[in-house]
Design a protein around this ligand. Structure first.
Ligand SMILES: Cc1ncc(COP(=O)(O)O)c(C=O)c1O
Length: 326
C-alpha cells in the first residue's frame, strides 16, 4: 500500500509544466514549478511545516500552544493544516485588502482570523505586523511565527523546492524567475541552485509600491517608493530578513493591471488557474525575455491557486471597475 501518514505527507514533489503559448517569441524552454498541487494549494505549505518543526525543536512551540501569524492567506493555510494535524490553536492576522475567499478559506480549516486595515504604516498599532506581535505577547503559551524574519522559511525552500527543481531539470536550469514577498522562496531556491551551478541567474518579480527593486539597485530604502497596490502576495514596505539580496541578480517590476491581465491569460491560454502573483511573475518573465537564449531552461514558480481570486482577477466586473479590461 502507498499512502501518506497524514495530509502533511503530501507536501512537495510538485510537477514542472511547460508553458507553450504565453512564451511565444522566447526560444528558451520555459517551465512552471506548479505549486498549487500542494494540499493547501500553495508553495507556502512547505515553509509553514518547516517553521513549525523548527519551533518545536527549539522549544518555542509547546504542546497545546497557539500559533499566531500575520499572513496574506497562503502561509496561514499551511500553518492551519499543520496545526490541525499537530493539535495547536491557530490565529491568523490579515490585512483587509486580501480577498474575502482567503479569509473564508482560513476559517474553513479551523483558524481564527483577525482582520486589520491595510493602509497604515507597518509600525502603526493597527497594522497587521503590530497586531500579530501584540496578540502573541498577550496570549499565554503562544508562538509568533513571523514568516518575514523567520529563516526556517528560506531553509524550507533550500531543502525542498530548490533540490526538486535541480533534479527535475536534470541540472539544466539556467534561470529562476519568481515573485518576492517574504523572500523565502527566491532566497532558498536561489541559494541551492547557485550552489549547484554559480551561473544560474535568479530574477525577482516586484510590484509598483514596493521597495525591493530600488533597494537592490541602489542600497537605498526609499519610503517614496511605498504606496498601496492591488497585486497580492508580492512586494513589501519592509525589508524582511528572508530576502537575501546577494542571491538575487535583479528585479523587474510589474504593474497591477498587467499582473491582473496575465492572471487571466494564464488561465485562458495555458489552462493554468492560478493566483495573482503568477500573473505578475509571468509578465515579469516576458519583460526579461532578452536575457534568455535558445538552449536556456527558465523555471518560473507559481505560488498559489486561482480559486482565491474568483471575486477579483477572475471577475470581469471587478476587472472593468479597475480599468484593467474594456
Ligand atoms: C500568492 C503569493 N505569491 C507570492 C508570494 C511571495 O513568496 P515569498 O514570501 O516566498 O517571497 C507569496 C507569499 O506571501 C504569496 O502568498
Amino acid at each position: 500500500m502507498e499512502y501518506a501518514e497524514n495530509i502533511l505527507g503530501t507536501i512537495g514533489n510538485t510537477p514542472l509544466v511547460k508553458i507553450n503559448k504565453l512564451t511565444e517569441g522566447i526560444d528558451a524552454l520555459v517551465l512552471a514549478k506548479y505549486e498549487t498541487f500542494n494540499p493547501g494549494n500553495s508553495v507556502k505549505d512547505r515553509m509553514a511545516v518547516k517553521m513549525i518543526e523548527d519551533a518545536e525543536a527549539a522549544g518555542l512551540l509547546k504542546p497545546g500552544g497557539t500559533i499566531i501569524e500575520g499572513t496574506s492567506g497562503n502561509t496561514g493555510m499551511g500553518l492551519a493544516l499543520a496545526a490541525i494535524v499537530k493539535g495547536y490553536r491557530m490565529v491568523c492576522v490579515m490585512a483587509d485588502k486580501q480577498s474575502k475567499e482567503k479569509i473564508d478559506i482560513l476559517r474553513a480549516v479551523g483558524s481564527e482570523v483577525v482582520v486589520c486595515p491595510t493602509n497604515v504604516a507597518p509600525d502603526d498599532p493597527q497594522s497587521y505586523y503590530s497586531t500579530s506581535k501584540r496578540l502573541s505577547e498577550e496570549t499565554p503559551n503562544s508562538w509568533y511565527v513571523n514568516q518575514y524574519d523567520n529563516l526556517s522559511n528560506t531553509k524550507a525552500h533550500y531543502e525542498s523546492t530548490g533540490p526538486e527543481i535541480w533534479k527535475q531539470t536534470d541540472g539544466k536550469v539556467t534561470h529562476f524567475v519568481v515573485g518576492v514577498g517574504t523572500g523565502g522562496t527566491i532566497s532558498g531556491v536561489g541559494k541551492y541552485l547557485k550552489e549547484q551551478n554559480p551561473n544560474v541567474k535568479v530574477w525577482g518579480v516586484d510590484t509598483y509600491g514596493s521597495v525591493f527593486k530600488k533597494y537592490h539597485e541602489t542600497g537605498e530604502f526609499d519610503e517614496k517608493e511605498i504606496y498601496p497596490y492591488v497585486t497580492e502576495g508580492i512586494g513589501e514596505d519592509i525589508l524582511p530578513k528572508n530576502v537575501d539580496f546577494d542571491i538575487i541578480d535583479g528585479f523587474t517590476k510589474v504593474t497591477d493591471k498587467d499582473a491582473a491581465v496575465y492572471t487571466q491569460r494564464l488561465a485562458k491560454e495555458e489552462g493554468f488557474f492560478l493566483g495573482n502573483s503568477a500573473g505578475a511573475a509571468m509578465k515579469g518573465l516576458l519583460q526579461l525575455k532578452e536575457h534568455f537564449k535558445k538552449d536556456d531552461v527558465v523555471v518560473i514558480l507559481f505560488h498559489d491557486h486561482g480559486s482565491r481570486y474568483v471575486g477579483k482577477m477572475f471577475n470581469d466586473e471587478w476587472m472593468r471597475e479597475k480599468g484593467y479590461i474594456e
